[in-house]
Design a protein around this ligand. Structure first.
Ligand SMILES: C[S@@+](CC[C@H](N)C(=O)[O-])C[C@H]1O[C@@H](n2cnc3c(N)ncnc32)[C@H](O)[C@@H]1O
Length: 315
């Protein structure tokens, strides 16, 4: 008699991924969280097909589904799990990449979201108690302390410029970039008399020359960017070879309201995933330090540090 074989943990996920349509869907969802009708548009697929494939991937434990108002957003599950982390890497490196038409349609989704985020930051009221969520103070001193004395530094997504007084004390040159003119006005006030070069621009096309800075700091801004992987490649471009990227942001969390009220595109980043993205974008020596705050109700954050590699970016 042949004994019954017990199903391993891998079997349901491998079965779920053993289909070209679901593999394409899983590959696309590595670029961000999408709701069903966005996925139907991007993949030019019927809603019944997309919904069925999403259900299979979700039931297999690969995806999470989050309701926001009348929309349900799907994304890769962010909780740490060795199997998921390895599958995510495998799908990213070897899964079917989006074709040109899909890329164009994804760009359209990002553009719409970017416009919503810009609209939010044009109107944000710093006196609103919810604005306390705009950045975690826990990261600031650690990021500033990691900036080498005498460096040329860019504070990307500078916001109200809280980082600027800390940076201008140690850097030789400070460039502050933000996509929102009204946030740049706030940053100008925060800089006080310090010599800070304020530049309006988006993280996907930074207003900086190739290799213009030694260090780039991005605190609590990456989660607002629809395409963080493209932003990391752009940050690499503006760093000199051997230069340092410093990122402060949230660890994965479940505060769904922040998508709507704070224009957040990503509910934090998993260190494994961010590390993969940094390596892919052309960085090395990645170190990510989680910081669990003692403030009641505060979300956990991390500080990541990476060095710009010299050789070309992996495709
Ligand atoms: C939560 S605030 C953080 C500000 C600041 N770094 C801090 O720690 O206080 C996020 C800032 O990122 C900016 N931002 C969002 N998306 C951006 C993008 N794609 N390019 C440049 N800046 C962006 C927003 O305008 C906002 O000022």
């Amino acid at each position: 008699l042949i004994p019954a074989v017990q199903e391993s943990r891998l079997t349901p996920v491998l079965k779920a991924l053993a289909d070209e349509g679901r593999l394409r869907l899983a590959r696309l969802l590595l670029d961000g969280a999408f709701h069903v009708s966005e996925l139907c548009d991007v993949l030019a697929a019927r809603q019944s097909t997309v919904s069925r494939n999403l259900k299979i991937l979700t039931d297999a434990g690969l995806l999470s589904a989050r309701r926001e108002g009348r929309l349900v957003f799907y994304a890769w599950r962010a909780d740490e799990d060795a199997v998921r982390a390895q599958l995510r890497s495998l799908v990213l490196r070897h899964g079917p990449p989006p074709d040109d038409a899909e890329r164009r349609r994804v760009a359209h989704v990002w553009e719409e979201r970017r416009a919503r985020s810009a609209d939010f930051f044009a109107k944000v009221d710093a006196a609103d108690p919810a604005a306390a969520w705009l950045g975690s103070p826990d990261c600031l001193p650690r990021l500033a302390a990691a900036v080498p004395v005498g460096a040329r530094v860019a504070d990307v997504g500078t916001g109200s410029g809280r980082m600027l007084p800390l940076l201008s004390g140690r850097a030789a040159q400070v460039i502050a970039v933000d996509a929102s003119p009204s946030m740049l006005d706030e940053a100008r006030r925060a800089a006080g008399g310090a010599a800070v070069d304020l530049r309006l621009g988006d993280m996907s096309h930074l207003p900086l020359h190739d290799g213009e800075v030694d260090t780039a700091v991005v605190n609590m801004a990456l989660h607002h960017v629809p395409e963080p992987r493209a932003a990391l490649r752009e940050l690499r471009r503006v760093l000199r070879p051997g230069g340092t990227l410093l990122v402060g942001d949230f660890l994965p969390h479940h505060e769904e309201w922040m998508r709507d009220r704070m224009a957040d595109q990503w509910l934090g980043f998993a260190p494994d995933e961010l590390s993969d993205w940094l390596l892919d974008a052309g960085f090395e020596g990645v170190r990510i330090e989680p910081i669990h705050s003692s403030r009641a109700g505060a979300l956990s954050v991390f500080v990541a540090q990476a060095t710009r590699r010299e050789e070309p970016v992996r495709s």
